[in-house]
Design a protein around this ligand. Structure first.
Ligand code: BGC
Length: 514
């Protein structure tokens, strides 16, 4: 594919690159990092519905579920059980903060490797769990793995990719997440039919497969030129850049990387520095994007689709099947983003996806409200239930080409090198914290807010869409080490970026943008 692109931001350089097999294979393997996160997201909801698993570890919950049927909205409300699911995200939050130091000091690939290793050990603890302690230790190790992988992989992909295809390559991470979810859902569908404890053991134990893939992947992957320069391997970095770009003419980009690294060396404490006013736009975005991504309410579907479908009156097998269908739709629709994100840009997808999610959430809320009312009793006909499933699919599709992949892409590409690792750690930590909150609170919220829950998330989707419209500049096609210019040209954020950070005077920027 021929390189070449036209950047819209004044002062941003244009590099001319081809897509090389090396960068394709490297990013393909790098994207495996999303598999462990996805597998876990997909496996937990199904396992916590398996009776033998509940009988073994949560007998009280099991008994309660069997007996209580008076209110559809409250059928599955149990803090203890959700704590099992959500504990992982707290562990991931903590480890992403450590991962940032490793990613900066030793390179992106070693964080990925550590992620795979801890996830592998965690899967063994879980698969062979004899008591709740083993189960929880396993969960925490899995969480460490996810934190390391999510902190390093999006940055790795964004740095390796040619600027004009960065969106597509980075979206590989989200494709891997959803692929992991779908495979896990299918595995659960079959293991749920196995009598006794073997079913959940297989489901949890098979997490070792994606863990091995990322471990082996990380061992064979080269490190990014940006990271090699950051760690003083300037010659190796140049060779790496030439080989992934497929040309010896990389001087301009190489110089940008060197400049970025020089600037980065002035910064001894990325955590302290990220608080400086000049990094305000990146700090705000790395906090708000993951927060908003979780407040789309997507994980209500990811974790609880089978529960939601059972609440709608589907049998347990039909519920699992419907969850599989929504997963497959999410996977297919993520490719829409892969193929359009570098052409239409991030903003168009964010805005279109936001509006689509908003409309479908309101419609779902209205339908469930009309059918179940506030009491939570009542019956829903087959046609209406199918209509709700269709609306859920439309909602999931909107997420799949907007906030899903872009929630990982944008934070990984907007920060200068000196704060990139720290910023990505904040992104993961905020994401995990709100994943935890939604996972932990959803069933209680459903029990108390009833169909209003869908309106609750719709309000956030409305706010985030306005936020993107006003505050996020377009970053498509902009080389990663030139991103300061995009902020400098923005109507609001421009005031935070000092002139020397872009090497152009403010007057010049103004003139160019006219
Ligand atoms: C989000 C997850 C979500 C997944 C699948 C990811 O981008 O971070 O929270 O479960 O997409 O929808």
């Amino acid at each position: 594919m021929a390189g070449g692109f036209v950047s819209q931001t004044p002062g941003v350089r244009n590099y001319n690159y081809k897509l090389t097999p090396k960068v394709f294979v490297t990013c393909f393997i790098g994207a495996f990092g999303g598999l462990i996160f996805g597998y876990d997201l997909g496996i937990s909801g199904g396992v916590t519905q398996m009776e033998p698993f509940l009988e073994e570890f949560f007998p009280y919950v099991h008994k309660k579920m069997k007996n209580a049927h008076e209110n559809e909205y409250c059928r599955f409300d149990s803090q203890l059980l959700t704590l099992f699911t959500s504990s992982l995200y707290l562990a991931a939050l903590v480890s992403s903060l450590f991962a940032s130091t490793i990613t900066r000091a030793f390179g992106r690939k070693w964080s990925m490797f550590l992620g795979g290793l801890t996830f592998f050990i965690g899967s063994a603890f879980n698969g062979f769990a004899q008591n709740i302690a083993m189960l929880l230790i396993g969960r925490i190790l899995l969480g460490f793995g996810v934190g390391f992988a999510n902190q390093s992989v999006p940055v790795y992909l964004s740095e390796m990719a040619p600027p004009n295809l960065r969106g597509a390559f980075n979206n590989g991470f989200q494709v891997a997440i959803i692929f992991g979810i779908v495979v896990a859902t299918i595995i659960n569908y079959f293991t749920a039919q196995i009598k006794g404890n073997m079913g959940w053991r297989i489901s949890l134990g098979l997490a070792c497969v994606p863990a091995m893939m990322i471990m082996i992947g990380a061992l064979v992957l080269p490190d990014t030129p940006n990271s090699l320069i950051e760690r003083g391997f300037t010659e190796d970095a140049k060779k790496m850049l030439q080989s992934i770009r497929g040309t010896s003419e990389v001087d301009e980009e190489f110089q940008d990387l060197i400049d970025a690294s020089e600037e980065s060396k002035q910064v001894k404490h990325p955590w302290k520095n990220i608080m400086l006013p000049r990094y305000r736009p990146q700090l705000i975005m790395t906090c708000f994007i993951p927060f908003f991504q979780q407040l789309t309410g997507i994980n209500v579907i990811t974790f609880y689709a089978p529960v939601l479908f059972q609440t709608l009156g589907f049998g347990s097998k039909a519920s699992l099947l419907s969850a599989m269908v929504t997963g497959i739709i999410e996977l297919l629709c993520t490719f829409v983003s892969v193929f359009t994100v570098d052409r239409f840009g991030r903003r168009v997808l964010f805005l279109q996806g936001g509006i689509q999610m908003l409309i479908s959430q309101i419609a779902i809320g209205v339908m469930i409200g009309v059918k179940f009312g506030t009491v939570g009793t009542g019956n829903i006909g087959k046609t209406d239930a199918n209509l709700i499933v269709a609306l859920i699919c439309i909602y999931v599709a909107g997420f799949a080409w907007s906030w899903g992949p872009l929630g990982w892409l944008v934070p990984s590409e907007i920060s200068p090198l000196e704060i990139r690792s720290a910023a990505q750690a904040i992104n993961v930590a905020v994401n995990m914290f709100f994943t935890f909150l939604v996972a932990q609170l959803f069933l209680t919220m459903l029990c108390h807010m009833k169909f209003g829950l869908f309106f609750f998330f719709a309000v956030f989707v409305f706010i985030m869409t306005i936020f993107i419209y006003l505050m996020l500049p377009e970053t498509k096609n902009v080389p990663i080490e030139e991103m300061n210019r995009v902020w400098k040209a923005h109507w609001f954020w421009g005031r935070f970026i000092p002139d020397e950070a872009v090497g152009v005077s403010a007057a010049e920027m103004q003139q160019k943008s006219v």
